[in-house]
Design a protein. Structure first.
Length: 316
């Protein structure tokens, strides 16, 4: 199936945030019809009015028309879907896709954290879900407007239905690789996210400053080593032999970026801490591996975003 055929059914993007806007813009510019399914009213309104707007690294703004809706019925019989919502929204996304993904369709998750494929597969069936990971970054500047955060890799586990979607992503300018087992990719990204995301959110600094502050750098290293130890207990062979060097290299390469968790905290939005540090802590407990750093970051980020509790007229 070539570009012409995939266009007829369009590509559905579940989500209207930063990465969803980036993928929508680039796929649209490559000539694919794009639908976006979300729940954020301001984002949907902006996408309908002005399209998916992306500020590239050179400062140019690209605008691509998209169909944006909160109604899964308007997306019925979607053949290909990219799931780009936050991990805490995966249950809702799975329910929406259950009503609109074609029987022979494929939903590709490129989300952060653990457990997303399992949630999607529980509603859609394993044959309709593909697991992937991306190091491509984006910052949400406003509803329907994102800034590219640097080029990365889209890595996807091999799937018999993947071909046309892989072709579309390649045509849109993404560097795509197909692997036999995506668990190593997911855990490699988890090592990075569990180290960079909570620290930048707690300290409210861009990624690169974690390397410039000696105490923060020590914490970064400790988190990377801790998560890598849990991955090893899961018999996961990480993509890099030195997890600390891997994390530091990514922090350096994305030095000016604000992590997605930092952006969430700035907006007062829910974070993905449960699916990142929380997941590491839970899996570590199963293997009786101590994860004090992930436990602490899990609770600290939760404390940043949880509403205060009032007891007997006082706020605590």
């Amino acid at each position: 199936m070539g570009q012409e055929n995939i266009q007829r059914g369009s590509i559905l993007i579940v989500g209207v945030g930063a990465l969803a806007t980036l993928f929508a813009s680039r796929l649209g510019r490559a000539g694919y019809a794009v639908k976006m399914l979300g729940t954020w009213p301001d984002g949907l309104l902006a996408l309908r009015k002005s399209g998916a707007r992306l500020v590239e690294a050179d400062g140019r703004e690209q605008r691509v028309p998209v169909v944006a809706t909160d109604d899964p019925q308007l997306c019925r019989d979607a053949r290909y879907a990219l799931v780009l919502v936050k991990s805490w929204q995966t249950e809702r996304a799975a329910a929406q896709l259950a009503g609109c993904l074609a029987d022979a369709g494929l939903a590709l998750t490129l989300q952060n954290g653990l457990g997303n494929r399992e949630i999607l597969a529980a509603r859609l069936g394993h044959e309709r879900v593909a697991l992937g990971s991306t190091t491509t970054g984006a910052t949400l500047l406003g509803p329907g407007l994102a800034r590219s955060g640097g080029e990365g890799l889209v890595s996807i586990e091999a799937h018999e239905r993947l071909g046309p979607l892989q072709q579309a992503l390649t045509a849109a300018g993404f560097q795509v690789e197909v692997v036999q087992d995506a668990r190593a990719l997911i855990w490699s990204k988890l090592v990075v996210n569990s180290a960079i995301n909570p620290l930048t959110a707690i300290l409210r600094i861009p990624n690169g400053q974690l390397l410039e502050r000696p105490a923060a750098r020590l914490l970064l290293r400790a988190l990377a080593e801790e998560t890598a130890a849990v991955a090893s207990a899961e018999q996961i062979k990480l993509g890099a032999s030195d997890p600390v060097r891997m994390v530091e290299n990514i922090a350096l390469r994305t030095a000016a970026n604000h992590s997605s968790m930092f952006q969430d905290v700035q907006r007062g939005a829910p974070t993905e801490i449960d699916a990142i540090c929380g997941a590491v802590a839970r899996v570590g407990q199963q293997h009786r591996i101590p994860t004090p750093m992930n436990q602490a970051c899990w609770q600290l980020v939760q404390a940043l975003t949880q509403a205060p509790v009032r007891i007997a007229g006082s706020t605590i």
